[in-house]
Write a protein that binds this ligand. Sequence first.
Ligand code: FMN
Length: 358
Amino acid sequence: MKTIFEKANVGAITLKNRIIRSATQEGAAEQDGHITEKLISIYEKVAAGGAGAAITGMVGVDENSRVFPHMVKAYDDDFVSGLSKIVNKVHTQDCKIIVQLAHCGAKANPDNGNKPLAPSDFVLSEDKSAQSMTKEEIQSVIHSFALAAERCKEAGADGVQIHGAHGYLLSQFLSPFFNKRNDEYGGDISNRAKIVFEVYAAIREKVGNDYPIWIKINGEDYVSEGLSLEECLWVCCELDKLGINGIEISGGIGISPESAATRKMSSSDKEGVFAQNAMQVAEKVNASVISVGWYRTPDMIEEWLNKGKIQAISLCRPLICEPELPNIWGSGNRRKSKCISCNKCYDFKSGFGCKVFK
Ligand SMILES: Cc1cc2nc3c(=O)[nH]c(=O)nc-3n(C[C@H](O)[C@H](O)[C@H](O)COP(=O)(O)O)c2cc1C
């Protein structure tokens, strides 16, 4: 019988409990992507709130990778000193920290004014289109992921997570919805996943065999012509053979309300929206599987933990709303999260945080 509040080995990291703060973009970096005191204080609050680990908001691996200027950039040596300040604060609370490395692909707004890059030419909106990547650009991105991971290790982070979900670059390669290539990076799933395997291998080579590498990946894309569960299972099994340590199962590519990873929840919706898919992955791999999406009560979390082999769950919106929620639950008060999943926390212009319960 698994319980939330017990020590657990998750993705080659020992956690004090099974609650992880899922990657949460804060939009709190400087205009130039540098880590700020404000960002450090957000992590202090998450760690003091009792989560066993925090996965950082996605950090950009190169100058074509970020969605907006206030997203942290990892392609700068200053990143190491900024990140190490976060690491030190978080570690004082016995909370572990994993850095999410991302390239936003077609959804990015490149620093250099170039067009965003994607597996294939893609029109995102009337005024935004992305261009198909050359093989040199693919190799350059892979190298940037590896350099960014090396910086995370140097800063003392406990591990890195490759962002392979939600319709960002690696998810775009995995998804036939975006990926129309006819070279070795497009076509069947073994080709579409090639860049993911190469990113993993390049990171592993830089950080060594003992350093935890996790991935966040969609169980399904929830669009026609999207990544299927069967394909996700295959990719996870291959990554498992290569030695990945943790796999967080999410879903959706954010191209329609139905394909959003952060759909608004209605009262009839069940907690653990992607948990069935996570359970199926967990049946097949040795890596630890983390389930994210719509967990709001400790009872439902423990129910899903004990239905199968899921090792931990991760929370995003509930910890924006109440960073102290793990401590509240740990003290014996097992009430529901106050979060109503309204998604107003996406409004970064008015500052990071819950806009309903201040
Ligand atoms: C404001 C906000 C920022 C997010 N930023 C990220 C991110 O940087 N990387 C990521 O993988 N997911 C991100 N997500 C998605 C969450 O990690 C999570 O997968 C999703 O919100 C579902 O979990 P929840 O129901 O606990 O919120 C974000 C979600 C929100 C609401």
